[in-house]
Write a protein that binds this ligand. Structure first.
Ligand code: UDP
Length: 318
């Protein structure tokens, strides 16, 4: 199969790239390197079935079309977007555009090429949810004019564009709502809780807990997520619909901080900082749909995933 991966040099995109190459496919990766990095695909770059173009899918879609040429992809995995609150806060317009215009380019091309699309949406579509755990049927509770709206609302627009194309134009595809994911290749300075806590622990600094630390998240190890994405891409049973992918083991941020400190072998030492505006109070996926339809559920326990991630962070330049 020929697979087009947008955001191929990002955290999740680069793991997807490696997986599709390992499974014997041809991968065309595209990334504008705004928040992604060539280091993430250094191994893929040496692979004969990998082709990379540095381009912005918002205003240089022509470069993608040119690279595709006559070898039309059968699958588009659309993963291009800043994804951490700090990154999308720093690049709000790029975030709005890649999820709106970039998604339109991907969905329209998928129709022309008769390709299937898997669109990386997010648990942020549920906003600061009033329903727990979050099922795909929940419509969400999103502030459309808050600081996170450039991400939440553009992802929701992307969902609307893809779902409308699926309903009216018979686009083949599935929308993923991806919950907090962690693992090697997260950027050390992306501002998310996993790299922040690991870097702080490894540097012997106090861990910066925002608010009172009672807010919750549910962390999925990247290998588990990739398996869920690959299964979604081959499944016909999820055609035209949405599926949550994440780990339903919910923890408070303070518990999470203690776990990182323990696994990094440092005493737990926290400083409490103000809660960022609109920070969701609770987040946990209901994964019944993925379990039933894909036979998928996360396998890697938080302790094991964190050990691997801390190891990978140690091995790179601190
Ligand atoms: N957080 C924290 N300390 C940090 C970074 C984040 O306490 O140094 C909290 C943040 O307020 C949120 C949770 O950890 O409640 C997850 O934040 P992250 O930025 O990783 O992603 P989000 O799930 O909010 O998109």
């Amino acid at each position: 199969m020929r697979v087009l991966i947008t955001g191929a040099a990002g955290f999740i995109g680069s793991h997807l790239t490696d997986r599709y190459l390992a499974d014997g496919h041809n991968v065309l990766g595209v990334d504008n390197l705004l928040t992604g990095s060539k280091a993430n695909i250094s191994k893929a770059m040496t692979h004969e079935r990998f082709q990379f173009i540095e381009a912005d899918i918002v205003d240089r879609w022509d470069a993608v079309e040119k690279a595709v040429g006559d070898s039309l992809p059968e699958l588009i995995l659309h993963f291009a977007s800043p994804a951490s609150p700090v990154d999308y806060g720093n690049h709000p317009f790029e975030t709005l555009e890649v999820n709106a215009i970039g998604t339109k380019h991907c969905a329209d091309a998928a129709l022309r090429w008769n390709a299937k699309i898997v669109y990386a949406s997010t648990s942020e579509s549920y906003g600061d949810p009033l329903e727990h755990p979050q099922r795909e049927s929940y419509w969400g509770h999103v502030n459309p004019v808050g600081p996170r709206s450039c991400y939440d609302e553009s992802k929701r627009f992307g969902e609307a564009y893809v779902s409308t194309s699926m309903r009216i134009r018979q686009l083949r595809g599935t929308i993923l709502r991806i919950f907090n994911t962690y693992g090697p290749r997260m950027r050390h300075d992306d501002g998310r809780v996993v790299p922040n806590f690991i870097m702080q622990a490894l540097r012997g600094e106090p861990l910066t807990v925002y608010g009172n630390g009672k807010q919750t998240r549910s962390f999925c190890y990247v290998d588990d997520l990739i398996e869920g994405i690959v299964r979604t891409a081959v499944s016909n049973a999820l055609q035209g619909t949405v599926v949550n992918l994440g780990n339903p083991e919910e923890r408070t941020i303070e518990e999470f901080a203690r776990e990182v400190a323990r696994l990094a072998n440092v005493a737990f030492n926290a400083v409490y900082r103000p809660m960022p505006p609109d920070d969701p109070g609770r987040r946990c996926p209901n994964i019944d749909r993925a379990r039933t339809v894909l036979g998928w559920e996360p396998k890697v326990k938080l302790e094991e995933g964190l050990r691997r991630t801390i190891e990978a962070f140690r091995a790179t330049n601190l």
